[in-house]
Design a protein around this ligand. Structure first.
Ligand SMILES: C=CC1=C(C)/C(=C/C2=NC(=C\c3[nH]c(/C=C4\NC(=O)C(C)=C4C=C)c(C)c3CCC(=O)O)/C(CCC(=O)O)=C2C)NC1=O
Length: 200
């Protein structure tokens, strides 16, 4: 038995640098036109479409049903449709291995954590470029007023389902770092080449 009762502080600490790095690439002020929003959404849609099935297969069985109700790739796809933007080609995500339950939990920490920005981002999209849930803001608007409750639910499930041993925590932390890095790389590549202003 360890005395540490939650894996969350370990995940936060392990991913602190990777988190800062992604924030420097994915700043809100870069979502300043429908075209730049669409470029970012292409990356999130492609990333989630590849990661969610990997995570779903590897999660502890007791978490799979919760996960099925909280997948978000479809929201990003819906937004691309509303913005008349094609999805990117399917991504094999060869640089991200999610094989164990601990790895799936660590990776899902990153995806669920990112949803915490929902309300801030929704307000920004509405005020800056007139985007609402109906015309491209479904993914970033996220769970709205339920955001905090879903996050607390996820944190409780994380603690319940992670094996109480150092190796499981280490795997979860490594997978969380890898998830941040894989997404950061794709955002950096896409946002470097995306149009800076609205293509109309
Ligand atoms: C795209 C814009 C975008 C924005 C502007 C954004 C904003 C916020 N992210 C937050 C927290 C987290 N964010 C991440 C991961 C990513 N953050 C990112 O920006 C990207 C891209 C990520 C990865 C997918 C994680 C793991 C946590 C949990 C940290 C924890 O509690 O352990 C909070 C809450 C801050 C607080 O109240 O503590 C806000 C406001 N989220 C976005 O996706």
């Amino acid at each position: 038995m360890t005395t540490e009762t939650t894996v969350l502080p370990a995940l936060r600490q392990a991913t602190a640098a990777a988190h800062l790095e992604i924030e420097s690439v994915m700043r809100l002020d870069r979502l300043d036109s429908p075209a730049s929003l669409a470029a970012a959404l292409q990356v999130f849609e492609s990333f989630l479409s590849a990661c969610e099935p990997m995570i779903g297969r590897a999660l502890p069985p007791g978490m799979r049903e919760w996960f099925e109700h909280h997948r978000r790739a479809g929201w990003a796809a819906q937004d691309l449709d509303a913005l008349h933007t094609s999805p990117l080609p399917r991504d094999a995500m060869a640089d991200l291995a999610i094989g164990s339950a601990a790895q799936a939990l660590g990776s899902l920490y990153v995806l669920e954590g990112s949803a915490l920005g929902g309300r801030v981002i929704a307000r920004h999209l509405r005020d800056a470029i007139g985007v609402t849930e109906a015309n491209g803001g479904r993914y970033f608007g996220g769970r709205g007023e339920h955001t905090g409750a879903v996050w607390r639910e996820f944190c409780a499930l994380l603690d319940r389902h992670i094996a109480d041993e150092p190796a499981a925590r280490e795997q979860a932390c490594a997978a969380a770092i890898d998830t941040f890095k894989a997404l950061t790389r794709r955002l950096r590549d896409r946002l470097a080449t995306a149009p800076a202003a609205s293509a109309g």
